[in-house]
Write a protein that binds this ligand. Sequence first.
Ligand code: XMP
Length: 509
Amino acid sequence: WILILDFGSQYTQLIARRLRELNVYCEIHPFNAPKKDFEEHPPKGIILSGGPKSVYDEDAPVLNLNYFDFDVPVLGVCYGLQSLAHAISPDSVEKAEKREFGRAELLIDDHSDLFRGIDDGSIVWMSHGDHIKKLPDTYEVIAHTKNAPVAAVKHKNKPIFGVQFHPEVVHTEDGAAILKNFIINIAGCTGDWTAASFIETEIKAIREKVGKDKVICGLSGGVDSTVVATLIHEAIGDQLLCIFVDNGLLRKNEYENVLQTYKDHLHLPVKGIDASDLFLDNLKGVSDPEEKRKIIGNTFIDVFDKAIENEKEYKYLAQGTLYPDVIESVSFKGPSATIKSHHNVGGLPEKMNLDLIEPVSELFKDEVRNVGRELGIPEKFIGRHPFPGPGMGIRVLGELTREKLNLLREADDIFIQSLWDHELYHEVWQALAVLLPVQSVGVMGDERTYEYAVALRAVTSLDGMTADWAHLPYEFLAEVSNRIINEVRGVNRVVYDVSSKPPATIEWE
Ligand code: XMP
């Protein structure tokens, strides 16, 4: 495996992505993580990430030279290179007058290892302030650009390399090939880390950790918790109990369909709990979105708590926490600020004295999907749009009633089904319907109507952090609008949301 030491660059996660794409396992740790943490399973290579600081800043993260005792290949990227050079010889880095951004042609002086097979003139992406002015004696230049005499260096007789550009960004043409040269040819990784090998290793680890104890897992109907439950079930069979709660805020037929898939297709030991009355009672009279969220979260904890009240033998709580939830890129605030443990069912583990099991906490979302495929989870499940924990509770704007929730469920179902029918489901990142708290006048037959309006929202996005409204075909929107107004009694108007995020958000509440 490869250890990535994080010096705070916004691109650190990208380095991990690129290595994973090359089927090499890697982990990101803060630059100041103690070396002894890795002594039991030493890495085959170390990458020092970039970072926003100058080595001359007072609070600049400093490379711990102990890491060189591992005696494995090292690659410093941008600040990683500068911190390396600065640590060896303090006058090697020059404070920049002006920063260098953007593309440059790489002129290679040594094609023997890091740049094996890379063409001269290959485009690389620079983004740095300081640069190397004078190399430590033990190093030599292996590439330059028109403006930078030192674009890449190597140690004269050890496998230690540094690049001033960012091989991890897509704008660096041969970035993946350069990283591949480092991790496969130089560090000797085999590149056989796949979903299948992940499952094998993880099953062993879960068995070892859990022993004969019991594990409980809250299912949401989403990909992450489903993959986690299936994986744990493979490992420990019926020592696992899953809980799937109907909070009365799910999509049409979702509770029944998902429960059935869990039981019949994935053979998970799952207890379905219909708590919809409790949720809706607790939400009665509440219209503030944040208050709704809080009530839904707390009610979930109560229901979960009650469900296992008499099952004292449960020792672990399994969660579908993902890697992006765990790493915090700005690591030089100190190790304590680096890792935020993101609790899907906030407060539960502490309250119930449960230890956490988070088997996919080192994976990115698409890797979790691949693991799910490998585990035989149906494709229709794997590719599902995200669905928020508070569900329809934040899509019926204002106060909730069963009647309004039912109207929204019907409209939403028509929209989502139509997306599948027209092969548009996977063209959008998320799609939803919102019931607006306004009524408007319409005419149906010869009658005046005074009914609710529904807003449709579909977005394209990579990660939900930013999003654009999806440019769905007019004919498609016309058909969906027509069907909703004709089939959903109580809705006489449909609008399409054409706002991007930011400044709008994806959900309306
Ligand atoms: P926003 O509305 O913030 O949504 O643009 C971004 C993504 O997060 C989902 N979302 C939530 N998911 N609990 C969740 O589990 C929540 O309270 C919540 N609020 C929003 C939203 O559906 C979208 O995918």
